[in-house]
Design a protein around this ligand. Structure first.
Ligand code: HMG
Ligand code: MG
Length: 310
């Protein structure tokens, strides 16, 4: 079968916005450094497959993440198509914002940590210091009418610290959203979360004034929970889901992280349940097969494997 039989499922939204992170989260952790021209083609193929929102790159120092060292080149290759409000890129600090603004970006994402250890490893800052780093970034971005997303990593567990209390995550989320960010993305960086935990965190955020209309979910699939967790979040009212074409991804500063939820697996589940995504699944699978060839290894996505072989 090339598409699922459609049987509407209760409790799901009519439409879901997929926030495609393949070009950024996917490629930042690949051993192979993908040429900028290939990244440009990847973004263009994703667009053509119907992905409306695509995170393109990161404005971080190349010595921290060499895979994203070509941000300017990628954006130059994309031209006007790389800078709209639905083409965000990661920006950790004012230096990153300078670079993004020089290219005319209209959407950025800052990325905080719920835990001290990961804040130190990923940002070279403490949790308290990360706010000081992001505050001027968000203030300037807002003044320049940019759209701003705030990620929080290690929301469901941390490889060094173990369990992460829900209230600790909520405290970080509230601090970041209070800076004036438009959207919060809950990162399960190492893919350990489970459905009850997702519900508990969304409920705790709501109680502190962050409703599901401002929340996106970002599950890595290390423990095979990403799709189940996403469906649980959708039933709780979330409508924006992060995913990476072909299940690419990881995080260079959390070795136990593997790929993101595969966009194809998400699309199969949503289309089967009668939920609109705007994505052409065949075109997306073709894109992931092409990208797997560029990387020299097969896609880990179950749906890509099934459809590419059928
Ligand atoms: P630092 O070394 O403390 O920075 O890094 P610094 O401010 O001390 O600056 C050191 C040097 O870097 C200076 O140059 C700066 O100019 C330069 P020098 O004077 O030595 O020649 N510099 C920059 N150059 C270019 N662009 C910049 C920039 N900033 C400083 N933006 C920093 C602090 C935050 C920059 C660093 O820790 C960093 O970039 N961290 C990001 C690492 C990263 O990208 N991780 C992956 C993304 S997060 C993720 O994947 C999780 C997520 O997917 C959600 C989830 O799954 O949970 C989002
Ligand atoms: Mg991630």
């Amino acid at each position: 079968m090339r598409s699922p039989q459609v049987e509407a499922a209760a409790g799901l939204p009519a439409e879901v916005t997929i926030y495609e992170v393949g070009p950024r989260d996917g490629l930042q952790n690949e051993k192979t450094i993908v040429p900028a021209a290939t990244k440009v083609e990847f973004v263009r193929r994703l667009e053509a497959a119907g992905l409306g929102t695509i995170e393109t790159t990161s404005f971080v120092p190349a010595k921290w993440v060499p895979q994203m060292g070509d941000a300017e080149e990628v954006l130059a290759g994309l031209g006007a198509d790389g800078v709209g409000r639905r083409r965000p890129a990661l920006v950790p600090n004012e230096r990153g914002l300078d670079r993004a603004e020089e290219l005319g970006l209209q959407a950025i994402a800052v990325f905080g940590s719920a835990t001290e250890t990961f804040a130190r490893k990923n940002l070279n800052r403490s949790v308290a210091e990360q706010y000081a780093m992001f505050e001027p970034v968000v203030r300037r971005a807002q003044a320049d009418s940019m759209w701003v997303r705030a990620y929080v990593s290690m929301c469901f567990g941390d490889p060094w610290e173990g369990p992460v209390p829900v209230e600790q995550v909520v405290d970080v989320a509230v601090r970041l959203m209070d800076l004036g960010c438009d959207q919060l993305s809950l990162g399960d960086t190492i893919g350990v979360g489970t459905t009850g935990h997702v519900h508990r965190l969304l409920e705790a955020l709501e109680a502190r004034g962050i409703g599901t209309d401002r929340v996106a979910v970002h599950f890595h699939d290390t423990y095979g929970q990403a799709l189940a967790n996403t469906m649980a979040a959708l039933r709780d009212g979330v409508t924006v889901v992060d995913a990476a074409a072909g299940g690419l991804g990881g995080c260079p500063y959390a070795k136990s992280a593997t790929g993101n939820l595969a966009t194809e697996d998400l699309v199969w589940a949503l289309h089967g349940a009668g939920v609109r995504t705007g994505v052409d699944l065949d075109a997306l699978v073709e894109t992931s097969v092409w990208m797997a060839e560029q990387l020299g290894r097969p896609s880990p996505s179950r749906v890509v494997k099934a459809l590419a072989g059928s």
